[in-house]
Write a new protein. Structure first.
Length: 160
């Protein structure tokens, strides 16, 4: 039951599962579903960003390649997050103190790395669009991330 909830949570949160070894046909199907949902989600995300940023033609030509680079770098962090969640799911019923703390530290490290990545990209974005547009863009990103994280976290049961 728990593994099914995790699978649904991962799909809903549109997270990639590229770094997890395929253990069964079910895992392969899950990977495929997640990757499909991720592509749809990324297209929706880009549309939402586009609707919320009024970019000039010059800004747009400089912004979108950088945006795609940023989202690719974020996807790598999301892969790490999925790996932690998957290991949690595999160990959920027999989770010991040491493993719980290892997974917690890894989860926090992913979040810290995401903040550092965002900080690096803020200055990059500011080279191609004005500060108010960078701020607006990041506000949209933060809101979309919050929605995805809420969907994911609400589906993961607390440690026993």
């Amino acid at each position: 039951m728990f593994n099914r909830r995790i699978a649904v949570a991962l799909i809903l949160a549109c997270l990639p599962l590229t770094s997890i070894a395929q253990e069964s046909a079910d895992m392969g199907a899950l990977n495929s579903a997640i990757e499909t949902q991720r592509q749809v989600s990324e297209a929706q995300r880009q549309m939402i960003v586009s609707q919320n940023l009024e970019l000039t033609e010059a800004e747009s030509s400089a912004f979108w390649p950088l945006y795609r680079q940023y989202r690719a770098d974020v996807a790598k962090l999301v892969d790490r997050k999925v790996s932690v969640i998957t290991r949690y799911a595999k160990n959920y019923e027999s989770l010991d103190d040491d493993t719980a703390l290892i997974l917690l530290r890894e989860s926090v490290k992913v979040e810290v790395d995401k903040v550092k990545l965002t900080q690096r990209y803020i200055s990059r974005f500011n080279k191609v669009i004005p500060g108010t547009k960078v701020t607006r863009y990041m506000q949209v990103e933060f809101r979309l991330d919050t929605i995805a994280n809420l969907k994911l976290q609400s589906s993961i049961p607390l440690v026993m």
